[in-house]
Design a protein around this ligand. Structure first.
Ligand code: NAD
Ligand code: UDP
Length: 335
């Protein structure tokens, strides 16, 4: 089967392409490379021995996307393409709503024209909003605290409405918790431009001497050590979750949401200590004030994914720390 992977050159998309190719799927990537590098497909090929087909296009460009479907027999789509920086989404909300909603609407219209009825969508734990209590379960009400989060809430709703009107359609809404880590080859990983916003890429760059120190955003939260808890999962485990979702979509219709997380909250300080211990490198840090909008704890109840997708996260926090460090060192050596 041929899978169209929108945003397939990005962090999670590239790891998912590797898993798909290794399982014998044909892969077609559609990406405009706004937040990824043109050499990613070739890196995917170095790992898998197979070069995915690549279309450089904006997924909101209906004409360009139409050609992809016309030239390839697409059996299902995994839709990663989107902008994802929470802070930036507050500064330029229209760009976020335009990009994330338009790509999805154009994709659905194009799939409809070509009779493609299976979609796996990158949603996020952010749709649980500020009011629900952890561990989050999929039946909780959704909301958001920033434009990025609202795009995910809105797209989930669009997909539910579309499935209600099209009973043969299958939309699997994967609510990711905090993916970190990198491919064990060191060839793929999270390599944001500029100063990272997210914890693990920041920690890795501090360890590599590219940034002087980490600021831990708050140690006065009501958690076991005062720093925030997040449900970190290895990006390769997350990538494998998409294959489980494709299998689920093959035999189910309707819009269904699944948490992809480990179910365990890890604190900022615990992550920093593990990174230092596993890799034998210092990560200088200072304690700073809280970051606006941060919740004290965010972690999943992952049982629905375990029972219905037959998926569980297998890799450990040590694996995540080791692979992130290996990736940044490989990157440094290449430059
Ligand atoms: P990423 O930025 O690395 O990948 C997204 C890819 O989409 C990039 O390659 C980018 O160039 C492409 N893209 C963006 N807009 C496009 C457009 N209009 N047309 C074509 N390509 C476009 O991000 P990621 O971390 O791999 O995240 C993938 C998806 O998962 C996103 O939708 C994101 O919101 C969601 N998600 C990510 C996380 C996380 O922590 N990384 C957590 C929850 C959800
Ligand atoms: N964090 C931090 N310093 C940083 C970046 C992040 O202390 O430089 C903390 C942040 O407050 C949060 C956790 O690390 O508690 C994870 O942050 P990230 O932005 O990676 O994920 P999110 O907050 O979106 O879950």
């Amino acid at each position: 089967m041929t899978i169209l992977v929108t945003g397939g050159a990005g962090y999670i998309g590239s790891h998912t392409c590797v898993e798909l190719l290794q399982k014998g799927y044909e892969v077609v990537i559609a990406d405009n490379f706004v937040n990824s590098s043109m050499d990613v497909p070739e890196r995917i090929a170095r790992i898998t021995g197979k070069m995915p087909k690549v279309f450089e296009l904006d997924v909101a460009d209906s004409h360009a996307l139409d050609l992809v479907f016309a030239e390839n027999h697409i059996g299902a789509v995994i839709h990663f393409a989107g902008l994802k920086a929470v802070g930036e989404s507050c500064q330029i909300p229209l760009r976020y709503y335009r990009n994330n909603l338009d790509t999805t609407l154009t994709l659905l219209e194009t799939m409809e024209r070509h009779g493609c009825k299976k979609l796996v969508f990158s949603s996020s734990a952010t749709v649980y909003g500020p009011k629900n209590e952890c561990p989050y379960t999929e039946d909780m009400p959704t909301s958001a605290t920033n434009p990025y989060g609202w795009t995910k809430v809105m797209i989930e709703q669009i997909l539910r409405d579309y499935c209600a009107a099209n009973p043969e359609f299958s939309a699997v809404l994967l609510r990711y918790f905090n993916p970190i880590g990198a491919h064990e080859s060191g060839l793929l990983g999270d390599d944001p431009n500029g100063i990272p916003n997210n914890l693990m890429p920041y920690v890795a760059r501090v360890a590599a001497g590219q940034l002087p120190r980490l600021t831990v955003f708050g140690d006065d939260y009501p958690t076991r050590d005062g720093s925030c808890l997040r449900d970190y999962l290895h990006v390769v485990d997350l990538a494998k979750g998409h294959l489980s979702a494709l299998e689920y979509a093959a035999s189910h219709t309707g819009a269904e949401a699944f948490n992809l997380g480990t179910g365990e909250g890890i604190s900022v300080l615990e992550l920093v200590h593990s990174f230092q211990e596993v890799n034998g490198v210092p990560v200088p840090f200072v304690i700073g004030g809280r970051r606006d909008g941060d919740l004290a704890e965010v972690y999943a109840n992952p049982s629905r994914a375990r029972e219905e997708l037959h998926w569980t996260a297998e890799k450990t926090l040590d694996d995540m720390c080791r692979d992130s460090w290996h990736f940044i060192q490989t990157r440094k050596a290449e430059r």
